[in-house]
Design a protein around this ligand. Structure first.
Ligand code: T1G
Length: 657
């Protein structure tokens, strides 16, 4: 008889320690029942299982209780045939459970993966030993190093599953026999010979970042897969377990698990009455510049028809050309096929008349960053767009309530702050006005998910969350430059810390005039120490777009070249302002001062209620500004420093390991 065991632990059948104990008991009962000749393990709630319950990891994995490893070891010992019948996702420990079975079948919609690397871990229940034996070393390494999820079709191609079946298919026929992967040898690529193993392993180590730069788990994963080649199965498993147990308490994994949960907290807004989100079936964008066209493409990519409005025929033509060019760029980069680009391009309408937006469910404005201009746009829009439609501004620094005041629908008004390039950057700040309704917020969060954006709620305050912190971050960088530290050195130190790009390179990329205009608009905030920005603005050194900014650029190149001119300019400014010089700071001190300023600003944002949680701020900096995920975000660093008793910020004094 075939016994069916169903994983049923809503919402995603996570294999918590407690739930694993329950499943183990069911397996032990099946083992004792002589009438049971085979066992089919399947999942309820539309999932097979999301893997081990990440909540269960404390600082270390103390499997004194039952874990998925015990379930897998029980299956490994069994003489009965085990079938994994997968529908929905089978991830992490759940896929490892399926690998311990003798046969794996999956429905067409299933997705399978070992994403542990994204949590700073490695598969820790036999995955690094069984997967290479099943699909070969190269494919297994790639799949685990990327933490990628594969479709059922791809899984069948790889040999990860034996058959694609319809949902609800009965257990397959009785002619099944044991097939323990532990008894197979790891397959090398056909082109390679056994002697190639050291080369394959050495090459793999070269393809991942250094251990101290976020590559720790990746190097351990390669070590574990090497053990699968070199050691008998039981010793390979022991090696894997040890490597996994070391990683569970590692700083990068603790940081990445913090971000996993922080991202899932984002849409939980305390004290908000429950509200059903509206369905955005059509959108409008006013303004066809860089941001407006990027936003339009974002809607088109999500399959939401969108209309772009510009005031004149030639501006409409320019916007159409820009969008066409952006799609062609995606096709050239192999991110889109020609026909996909064509289809999405067709879903974007253009007009020079606001009347074209009358039936849109949501209209977003992305015009020049000037209050009067924005007010004029929204006063017109409010009279044209249907009642109940949502109006949003993409402003990055202006007051949402003041803009809303020219409309008769403040409840349906909010900020949707995209980050450039809007069709690529995942971060979206949802800015709540005084009167923004719960339904409008719920709609914005639902829309963000459809647009595949990571949305963070911000109150209506200058610079919202990201930019307000960015101004403090750059202020400290400019202060260091005035103290005689070359901008190129400061950028290098911040890249060594793990930032995707240094502050001065960011200035040049975004355009110094952008910062200059904002600083002019808010002299009260004394942003980014404007003397240097004033000089650069006067000299038309605006960054990449003028071939010179804080760096110089060869014609048509984006490669930043150190420019002594700038260092002389800083020295001159420092003299005029009487700034004490001391350029003998270490890279760590540079990072501590700049990240310390970031953390101080984050604390102010929390104190002012602009951001809901420290984790929200971390997500903003990971997704919006290239903060290194394996360091968890600025507020995570603060928490680590406080937990370890290091001197708490604001003025530096943190040791950023
Ligand atoms: N543990 C605990 N909770 C989880 C979870 C998990 N593994 N996966 C999801 N949740 C919660 C999530 O917090 C949210 O909760 C709800 O489920 C819906 O998630 C030994 C040790 C499965 C593709 O990394 O990729 O196995 O906010 O909003 O968009 O080798 O969740 O509703 O309270 O994301 O439909 C490896 C992580 C673990 C999978 C569903 N597994 N999860 O996506 O919903 S480590 C993972 C996901 C491991 C072994 C090691 C996604 C999903 P709440 P959601 P979704």
């Amino acid at each position: 008889m075939n016994k069916v065991i169903t994983l049923d632990n809503p919402p995603v059948n996570a294999l918590s320690f407690a739930y694993s104990e329950k499943i183990l008991k069911e397996i032990e009962a099946a083992e004792k029942d002589p009438s049971v000749t085979s066992v089919t393990i399947t999942g309820a709630n539309g999932y097979f299982s999301a893997g081990v319950d990440v909540n269960d990891f404390a600082k270390e994995w103390d499997p004194s209780g039952t874990t998925v490893r015990d379930i897998i070891e029980a299956i490994e010992r069994s003489q009965k045939v085990y079938i994994a019948a997968i529908d929905g996702v089978a991830l992490g420990g759940a896929l490892e459970l399926a690998l311990a079975c003798d046969r794996r079948v999956a429905t067409p919609r299933s997705k399978l993966g070992l994403p542990e690397i994204k949590l700073g871990l490695i598969p820790g229940a036999g995955g690094t030993q069984r997967l290479p034996r099943l699909i070969g070393a190269q494919e297994a390494l790639q799949m685990m190093l990327k933490g990628e999820t594969v479709t059922a079709e791809r899984a069948l191609e790889l040999g990860l599953i034996d058959e694609i079946v319809d949902a609800g298919a009965t257990a397959t026929d009785g002619a099944l026999k044991k097939r323990r992967l532990s008894e197979l040898k790891v397959q090398l690529p056909a082109t390679a010979q056994a002697f190639a193993l050291p080369y394959i392993i050495a090459q793999a180590h070269k393809t991942v970042p250094p251990e101290e730069s976020g590559g720790l788990a990746a190097h351990k994963l390669i070590d574990a897969v090497q053990a699968a080649f070199e050691l008998p199965f039981p010793r390979g498993i022991a090696r894997e377990y040890r490597l996994f147990d070391e990683l569970v308490g590692s700083a990068p994994s603790l940081a990445l698990r913090h971000l996993f949960f922080a991202e899932r907290e984002l849409s939980k807004i305390p004290n908000l009455p429950p509200a059903d989100p509206l369905d955005i079936k059509s959108a409008g964008v006013v303004g066809g510049g860089t941001m407006g066209t990027g936003i339009a493409i974002t809607f088109a990519n999500a399959g939401i028809p969108v209309t772009v409005v510009e005031p004149s025929a030639e501006q409409v033509a320019k916007a159409r050309q820009t969008i066409f060019g952006m799609f062609m760029h995606q096709v050239k980069r192999g991110r889109l096929t020609q026909e996909e680009a064509w289809k999405r391009g067709q879903s974007i309408e253009f007009s020079d008349d606001y009347a074209a937006l009358a039936n849109c469910d949501l209209v977003i404005e992305a015009v020049f960053e000037n209050m009067a201009v924005k007010k004029e746009v929204f006063a017109k829009l409010d009279g044209v767009v249907k009642p109940g439609a949502i109006l949003a501004s993409n402003t990055s620094t202006l007051d949402i309530d003041e803009i809303a005041s020219v409309t008769k629908r403040p409840e349906q008004f909010l900020g949707l702050h995209f980050f450039a390039p809007a069709n690529i950057m995942k971060l979206l700040e949802i800015v709540r006005g005084k009167a923004t309704s719960a339904q409008t917020l719920a709609t914005a969060f639902k829309l963000a998910k459809q647009l595949r954006k990571v949305a963070v709620l911000s109150a209506n305050a200058f610079g919202f969350i990201g930019n307000r912190m960015f101004f403090e971050y750059t202020r400290e960088a400019v202060a260091l430059a005035e103290e005689g530290v070359p901008p190129a050195r400061i950028d290098a130190a911040m890249k060594k810390f793990g930032m995707a790009m240094g502050p001065f390179a960011t200035f040049d990329l975004s355009g110094i005039d952008v910062f200059w205009h904002v600083a002019q608009g808010r002299p009260d905030l004394n942003l980014a120490r404007t003397p240097i920005l004033d000089r650069l603005y006067e000299q038309k050194r605006l960054g990449q777009k003028t071939g010179k900014g804080f760096y110089k650029y060869a014609e048509g190149s984006r490669e930043a070249i150190r420019d002594e001119e700038i260092e002389k300019l800083f020295a001159q400014l420092a003299k005029e302002e009487g700034v004490a010089q001391h350029s003998d700071v270490s890279d760590d001190e540079i990072a501590q001062r700049i990240v310390g300023a970031l953390i101080k600003s984050g604390e102010e944002i929390l104190r002012d209620g602009v951001a809901l949680r420290p984790g929200d701020i971390d997500i903003v900096w990971i997704y919006g500004y290239g903060f290194p995920p394996h360091k968890g975000g600025p507020m995570w660093l603060l928490r680590q420093a406080q937990d370890s008793g290091a001197v708490a910020p604001p003025a530096g004094g943190l040791t950023y390991a």
